[in-house]
Write a protein that binds this ligand. Structure first.
Ligand SMILES: [Zn+2]
Length: 138
């Protein structure tokens, strides 16, 4: 895939992130087909109709349990087999990586993890799933 599509996907993911309703971690995702057309964008947050109380929003573990990930929300717009490139503003978690592969994603590009100890890049799982992960610095 051409570098210009990778850069476009990252720019789209970064443009989508501020739309997130999560006040602490705003994550954006963009998914492109092999020829470069967009098949999905998404951001992290609570499902529609679920609003967090102030207390709930402050408790990270609880907030995370009610948060759908940007990748999952972007994949929801895609038909299986359409996605080729997934760009996300943070490294994907194991679940989103598996879901991306289920939809046909072959390349994942992401920004480096701001918390590499607690949120490492899942390189081993990606290798096992035969999907490429590229970490691209700003
Ligand atoms: Zn995830």
């Amino acid at each position: 895939m051409k570098e210009k599509w990778i850069q476009l996907a990252l720019r789209l993911a970064e443009a989508t992130a501020p739309t997130s309703t999560d006040r602490y971690h705003k994550v954006g995702c963009a998914i492109l087909r092999k020829e470069g057309s967009v098949c999905g964008i998404g951001f992290n947050g609570q499902p529609p109709g679920v609003d967090l109380t102030e207390d709930e929003a402050l408790h990270r573990d609880f907030r995370r349990r009610l948060t759908t990930h940007a990748e999952s929300n972007a994949l929801a717009f895609c038909q299986p087999g359409d996605p080729y490139l997934l760009a996300v503003t943070l490294p994907p978690c194991d679940r989103c990586l598996v879901d991306a592969v289920r939809y046909g994603v072959k390349i994942i590009v992401c920004r480096p993890s701001p918390e590499p100890d607690t949120h490492p890049i899942p390189h081993e799982l990606a290798k096992r799933l035969k999907v490429e992960i590229r970490v691209i610095d700003r």
